[in-house]
Write a protein of this length. Structure first.
Length: 255
């Protein structure tokens, strides 16, 4: 097998690892399956994806793509955040946050270097949306059972979703992605059903979080999707109906 073929294979494997990371990010199995907690699946899958991507670049003598000004700005910001440990009033927290930001920067660079086709982007987004069903069900179940409600009425879940605002923020990203799959002409009825359910559950989770920021984020995200969609009028109608439905059916405590 030649260098080019090896690089292509590593690129494929890196993409599969990246999809695994997307699933783990939303399904968080290590938080509710005790046997998976020590495996640190998010770190493992993201590390494999980044490592294979780097090997591909080295094997094919290709430059690393930094996404222009955005990528360079992100690298500079991450470096500044990590260096701020030197003058921080709370160095331990700053160091932890700086390391986390560097991890996010690394996975961002991995995504823009590995997800290089429309098909790969669709598969990655699809895996993310479908995995979000696990979190949505967890949030809804905790609300139904009255488990650890913040302020007595705001639902949340486990791990990174323990903060209702953070959970709502992540769910707000899922909805426009799911709706985009619904609007695609290529999507079959099974696909539309699955992504429609995912979108509905995500909206319910945002409502149960009682996060105004989550609602604003969802509204802005849907507006951006609608104006970027080729069939703009249809997209605007769908987005407006979704936001209107949320306004009409959300409980009074949401406001």
């Amino acid at each position: 097998m030649g260098v080019g073929e090896q690089g292509h294979q590593r690129d494929v494997l890196a993409f599969y690892a990246l999809m695994g990371f997307a699933v783990v990010l939303y399904a968080v199995p290590g938080e509710w399956i005790p046997a998976m907690e020590p495996l640190r699946l998010a770190l493992v899958t993201s590390g494999i994806a980044a490592g294979l991507m780097a090997l591909r670049r080295l094997g094919r003598a290709e430059p690393l793509y930094f996404d222009g000004v955005r990528g360079v700005a992100l690298l500079l910001f991450s470096g500044l955040a990590f260096c701020s440990v030197a003058w921080s009033v709370n160095p331990e927290v700053t160091r932890f946050t700086g390391v986390e930001l560097l991890k996010l920067t690394a996975i961002y660079l991995t995504i823009i270097n590995v997800v290089t086709t429309g098909r790969r982007l669709a598969l990655l987004c699809g895996a993310l949306v479908l995995a979000s069903v696990v979190t949505s069900i967890g949030v809804i179940d905790w609300y139904r059972e009255g488990v650890d409600l913040v302020e007595g009425f705001r639902s949340r879940w486990v791990g990174v979703y323990a903060d209702p605002n953070h959970m709502a923020m992540n769910m707000a990203m899922v909805v426009p992605l799911a709706v985009a799959f619904l609007a695609r002409r290529e999507s079959g009825w099974v696909t539309r059903l699955c992504f429609g359910v995912a979108a509905g559950l995500a909206v319910v989770s945002i409502v149960l979080s009682h996060s105004r920021g989550g609602f604003i984020g969802l509204t802005v995200a849907m507006a951006v999707w609608a104006f970027r969609e080729k069939r703009r009028l249809q997209a605007i109608v769908v987005g407006a109906m979704l936001v209107l439905g949320l306004v009409m059916f959300a409980p009074r405590s949401f406001w």
